[in-house]
Each structure stands twice: as C-alpha cells, then as structure tokens.
Design a protein around this ligand. Structure first.
Ligand code: F6R
Length: 613
C-alpha cells in the first residue's frame, strides 16, 4: 500500500525523501509526490506513474536548501492514478499539506459538509478531505486542529501533516496503517511507513501504535495517545537490517536477488533454534507455557496470498508430526465467518510484513475470543508481532520484490521449526525422528544453494517454448499441492499469464476439460508417498495431448517417457520437498515474466503489504 516518508533535520530534505520513496516504491507505484518547505513557502511536486517520473521533474529541487518535508508513493484506492490525485494534498490556502495511507471510509459525507462550507476540492481522493478538515479547525494550534479532524475520521489511516505556519514540525498519526519513526542523535527525525526507507540513515526506530499522534522536530519527537490525550513513552528498537540488504547488489531485479538469497534466509531462520546435540527446538519468543502447549486442541492458521500457501503446507506437517488438527483460513474469510474458537485453540498468523489488514483483523478477533496468538513474521516490531502473545521470526531480511519469494521459503522453515517444537513438547515424535527431521531442515539450505544456478539454467532453456502461452496449470499432491498454488500465483502476478494451481487428484473433477495441446501443465512429481498417484494424474494429461513440464526426482527415468520437458531435483527428505520444489516454480515465473518484458518487481495493480481491506 502507499509509502509515506517524512524528514526534518540538518540534511537537505529532498534527497532524503526521494531515497526513502525509492525504498518504499514496492508499496505502491502508480503516482508519487513530494513537498518541502523553502522559506515560508511549501513547494510541491507530483507526478502520475512511477517515482522516476517524479524524479525527472524535480531536478533543481534536489539542491533546495530545505530541511523539512514529506513524500508519498501511491497505490490508488479512491480516484484514478493521475497527477491531480497524487499526494500530497493541500487545503484551500495551499499552506497545509497531508499525505495518507489507508481509507477514510466516511470521506463522502465529510466532503459534502466541507463543500457546503465553501472548501474547494481539487482531487477525487478521500485524503484531500483531511487537509480541508484540518483547515476548518485550524486557528493557531495545528496539534489541536489535527486532533479535532482525526476524531471525525472513520477508517484506517497513517498520515503525515506539514503546515507552513509551524515550519519546524511534522505531525504523524497512525490508526490501522503502519508508521514508524526513525531517530538519531544528530541527524534529524524520520517518518516512514516501513523500515527500508530509514535504513540509510538510522537503525533506531519507534513503532507507532493505533490512535497515536507523533510530533516530530529535528531534535526529537513526542508521542501522544489520541484516546487519552496523554504522552506515551515509546521504546526505541534497534533493527538488525542494513541499507545494502535493500539494494539489488548486481542482480537485475530484487525478485531475482531474493530468489538467490533463499539459502541464506532459510539458514538464518533455522540457525540457533535447533540444539545440535539434543535436537531440541528453541523458540523462546513463542512465550507458550507447558500448559499452553498441552492444552492445544486445535490450530487455526490464518494468512493471505503466498503466506496462506505456507499455511497449507504447515497443515500437512502439523497434523502428521504434532498430531494436532489444523484448520487453514484465508484471513479475509476468517474475519467474517462464524468462528468456533476458545482458549484451547491456538491461532497462528503467518505474515511476511506483519501489517496485512485482514490477517491483523483476524488475530484481533481470535484474541478477543480467548485464543492464544502466535505470529510467524519477517518484520521485527510490526503490528502483528506486537499484538500477539508470541512470535516466530523468519530472518529473511527485507523483501522488496512485490512477489514474495524468500519470505515464503523462510516461512516454511519457521513453520517446520514450529511443528517440531510442538511435536517435541507433545512427544508425538521420537527423539531420533526429531533429530533426523531437524537435520533435514538444516541441510535443505545447502541443497537449495547448490542447485539454484543449475535450475535457473534449465528453466531458462525451457522458457522459449512457454513464455507466450495464454494459460498455465500447476499441479501437485500432498505437500506439493500448496506449491502448485504458489507456482501459479507467482506466474500470474508477474507475467499476467492466466495460471491456476490444482491438487493433481482434482483434475479429473473438472479442470481436465481444459487440457489440449495449448495448455501447458507444470506437474510436481517427487518420489514421495503419493508418487504413483501423481504419475497417474500426469498420464491422464498426456493422454489428452497436454504439454507437460515435470519436476521430479533425480534418476527417475520413467518421467522421460511421459514428457519432453523435465527438471530433475535431488532426492531430499519428503518433508523438505515443498521448500526445494518452490525454487523451479519461482524461477519459471521469473524467467517467463522477464522474457515477456514485464516489470517483475512492480507488477501492475499490485503493492506489497496490503494494509487496507
Ligand atoms: C504474493 C504476495 C502476497 C502476500 C500477501 C500477504 O507474491 O506476496 O500474496 O503474501 O499479500 O502478505 P503478508 O505475508 O505480508 O501478510
């Protein structure tokens, strides 16, 4: 969703904001804007399209002797992605500007009210309403006016406000949309909707909570509760990411870099969490007592998109090894259905960002119903981690490509650790089994690292024959069924080829009607417990002249009789197949999309971190 950047301090503000926006562009990229205060005048530049379009029109502004300003990169909700709808939005005087992420749900009635009072609107956005509402209440006290205006808003909002009448101050407000402050001794104060914008300047951050207002000045900040009006003492946290982690480092795209970072992401997620002598899983941040674990009757896994696919894999693992019934829910469904939850139900949110609106709403509901909440998350201090009883962090580092890759395999690694942790506590697996499974998990990153370059080459050799297809099916069984879903999602989101994932056994219940010589099917057929069944499903496709790419086990020569296109994978423990078999699916999507000339890091209509419903 939209990216917000703000700065006040000794640096020249425009380069700081542009650099921040560049690092947040994954959040939205249909228009961008910047505003800064030069003398007593607010200077505003906006452009539709990507950030580069904005940069192209503000050459001279880069050296402006200005030290306070705001920037925004937009993912349109209300109003088309045009320059007029780009943020910042101004009041009638042009002396007050706001930037906003989220949705002001009652904007229509507020707009009518303000219009009747004589306010003139320049855009179709919900955001502009806030600028005029603050103007309506503004006398001399900006803070009081912002408080009054915010009290009238319904919906979700992360907001930055700058007023020429208070030239040393930025105001930030958070309600159900992430905002983080960056603090430093002598380098000014920063505001952003996500950490990567801050990394070139500081690793000291303060996460704002809902209904809080921050007043930022060059030499520090204060935070107030909008509910009680009282100051809030905030904890300053240190982030262990660095600026280079959010750079392409010689790769053509972030997505490609992140695919190749997967061995490291898995290693970082696993390391230090398995005792090499005893095989014991150590997850202290889960904060579950022995009783909590023994009392678990059922687990709900709640997530969206790619993270939901990780949840589907985890269901197989948890039921098999920890012997606990698991329900997997898409968060946007979970939050609105009749839930049968009590304190014996463990609810696990899986979210790369920890900010996804639907998942967050889901865990809030489950928490209210008495469930313990655990979050599997990649972002330290994100809202979900703060609202959960415990967390299992994935240590994938910042993920910038909009299509999730390394965060997904790191989630799988974390979920396998989580499974083993519960299985050990509930003694549903033996000590030897536990040691063996732990070793399998530790070993998988080495296999992925070794195989990645070869898989890439083999995928590249296939692409010529498949890149101009209109449709694609991905199929798999058991643990690899969710990987088929994930492969199809990757392909459709970055290449715009229509792709669907199916459980192989479901094909004959409908989708097989689609099979002909123009329908490519990527089938995941490792030699696992359901291998024979998977092969039968592939034979059914072959009998109908389907075009098949098989991903199977090294040495399985039978596969050659069924298909021309094969990518062989080394034999690993069956439980680890989902991690390994994700790699060719990701690479196929990446190579096809780049061959089609698509912008893989910023695919159309998408944005990372979906903080609106
Ligand atoms: C797809 C993708 C999305 C996210 C989904 C949930 O490549 O990245 O489907 O997985 O929007 O996001 P998180 O994991 O941040 O909750």
């Amino acid at each position: 969703m939209c990216g917000i950047v703000g700065y006040c301090g000794p640096r020249r503000v425009v380069p700081v904001i542009l650099e921040g926006l560049r690092r947040l562009e994954y959040r939205g990229y249909d228009s961008a804007g910047i505003v800064y205060l030069e003398g007593e005048r607010l200077v505003k530049y906006r452009s539709e399209g990507k950030l580069s379009r904005l940069e192209a029109i503000i050459d001279e502004a880069i050296i402006a002797p200005a030290h306070i300003g705001l920037g925004h990169t937009r993912w349109a909700t209300h109003g088309a992605p045009t320059t007029t709808n780009a943020h910042p939005h101004s009041d009638c005087t042009g002396n007050l500007v706001v930037i906003h992420n989220g949705i002001i749900e009652n904007y229509h009635s507020l707009r009518e009210e303000l219009k009747n009072k004589g306010h003139v609107f320049a855009s179709q956005t919900d955001t502009e309403v806030l600028a005029h509402l603050i103007e309506e209440y503004l006398n001399k006290d900006l803070v009081a006016a912002v408080k009054k205006a915010v009290a009238r808003l319904e919906g979700s909002f992360a907001v930055g406000v700058l007023w020429a009448g208070m030239p040393d101050t930025l105001i930030a407000i958070r309600n159900q949309s992430p905002l983080v402050l960056g603090v430093s001794e002598n380098d000014g104060t920063f505001l952003a909707s996500d950490i990567p914008a801050l990394l070139p300047y500081t690793k000291q951050v303060v996460f704002m909570d809902d209904m809080e207002m921050a007043i930022l000045k060059a030499d520090g900040f204060e935070v107030f509760s909008l509910v009680t009006g009282e100051p809030v003492k905030k904890e300053v946290k240190t982030i262990d990411w660095n600026a280079a982690m959010a750079e392409k480092s010689g790769f053509k795209h972030f997505m490609q870099k992140e695919i190749f970072e997967q061995p490291q992401a898995i290693t970082n997620t696993v390391s230090g969490r398995i005792n090499p002598e005893s095989g014991e899983i150590v997850l202290p941040e889960m904060h579950l007592t022995e009783d909590d674990v023994q009392n678990i009757d059922r687990i709900f896994l709640v997530a969206c998109g790619t993270s939901w696919h990780a949840a589907l894999v985890a269901k197989y693992w948890l039921e098999k090894y920890a012997n606990i019934p698991v329900e997997v829910d898409i968060a946007s469904e979970f939050r609105y259905r009749h839930l049968l939850i009590n304190e014996r139900v463990l609810t696990v949110a899986i979210s790369q960002s920890g900010e996804t609106a639907d998942t967050l709403a889901g865990i809030r509901i489950a928490k209210e119903m008495g469930a313990k909440i655990i979050t599997i998350c990649n972002v330290v201090g994100s809202t979900m981690t703060r609202e959960s009883h415990g967390t299992v962090y994935t240590h994938a580092g910042p993920e910038i490509g909009v299509a999730s890759t390394k965060a997904f395999t790191a989630q799988l690694a974390a979920l396998f650790l989580f499974t083993l942790y519960l299985a050990q506590k509930k003694t549903t697996i033996s000590a030897e089994q536990s040691m063996e499974l732990g070793r399998d998990l530790i070993g998988i990153s080495t296999v992925v690292e070794r195989e990645l370059p070869r898989i890439q080459q083999e995928v590249q050799a296939l692409v010529e024959r498949y890149y101009d297809c209109r449709d694609f099916l991905f199929i798999g069984r058991g643990l690899n069924y969710p990987i088929a879903l994930e492969g199809a999602l990757k392909l459709k989101e970055i290449s715009y080829i229509h792709a669907e994932g199916y459980a192989s056994g479901e094909l004959k219940h409908g989708p097989i009607a689609l099979i002909d010589k123009d329908m490519p099917v990527l089938a995941l057929v490792p030699q696992d417990e359901v291998y024979q069944k998977s092969i039968s499903n592939v034979e059914e496709i072959k009998a109908r002249q389907g075009r098949i790419i098989l991903i199977g086990t090294d040495g399985d020569s039978h596969l050659r009789n069924i298909t021309d296109d094969i990518i062989y994978m080394p034999k690993v423990a069956n439980a680890m197949n989902p991690i390994l078999y994700t790699i060719p699916a990701q690479l196929l999507a990446y190579e096809i999309a780049t061959k089609r000339g698509c912008d893989v890091d910023q695919p159309r209509n998408l944005a990372k971190s979906v903080t609106v419903e």
